[in-house]
Design a protein. Structure first.
Ligand code: SF4
Ligand code: SF4
Length: 168
């Protein structure tokens, strides 16, 4: 079986949401890198091997999920898939008897990320790369489950936001 993690890293190597692979962190002071030890990025299955011996990262488990904690600075070439795809995410859906992938804004970034808040249209090459990475990841049932559960979380966030609006 192909290494789906290596394939996903490969397609996301040279792209970012902005044209020409520009680092959007330079625009906002890298807000999404300013989490605490209580934050972190969920790792896809098989990704943890890349970080096990890297002193810049710690891996912990929460609710059976592997979470990567960083120091807030990293060599961009090492960053995990969650950071490579953020603030977008590949979500699976079924159509014509097969699993397909669409790319959506990561609603967890609504409060902090100017790209999500401003609905800034990402570079088309980036969207295509996130979709392709999602297709590679979906070949592994465990990683397909992670994407489905994250999508369910987005649905909950939309529903929660709607509830708040209804109360206004
Ligand atoms: S993803 Fe959003 S919050 Fe993170 S660096 Fe880019 S613009 Fe800033
Ligand atoms: S791993 Fe790197 S890109 Fe991801 S949050 Fe940490 S410092 Fe930012």
């Amino acid at each position: 079986m192909r290494d789906v993690i290596a394939d996903a890293y490969g397609v996301l190597r040279h792209v970012t949401p902005l044209p020409n692979g520009l680092d959007c962190g330079k625009l906002c002071g890298a807000r999404c890198c300013k989490g605490t030890q209580g934050d972190g990025m969920e790792l896809f299955r098989g990704e943890e091997k890349r970080f096990e011996n890297d002193p810049d990262f710690t891996i912990c488990e929460r609710d059976g999920r592997k979470i990567l904690i960083c120091s807030g600075r990293c060599d961009r070439r090492s960053r995990p898939l969650a950071c490579r795809m953020y603030p977008f995410f590949p979500v699976p859906y079924e159509a014509e008897g097969e699993t397909k992938i669409r790319v959506v804004y990561d609603l967890r970034g609504f409060a902090a990320c100017p790209v999500v808040r401003g609905h800034i249209r990402p570079d088309a090459r980036f969207v295509q790369a996130v979709r392709l990475a999602g297709m590679y990841l979906a070949r592994d049932p465990e990683n397909l489950r992670v994407m489905r559960e994250t999508n369910a979380l987005f649905d909950e966030l939309v529903s929660f936001t709607q509830t708040i609006r209804d109360k206004d």
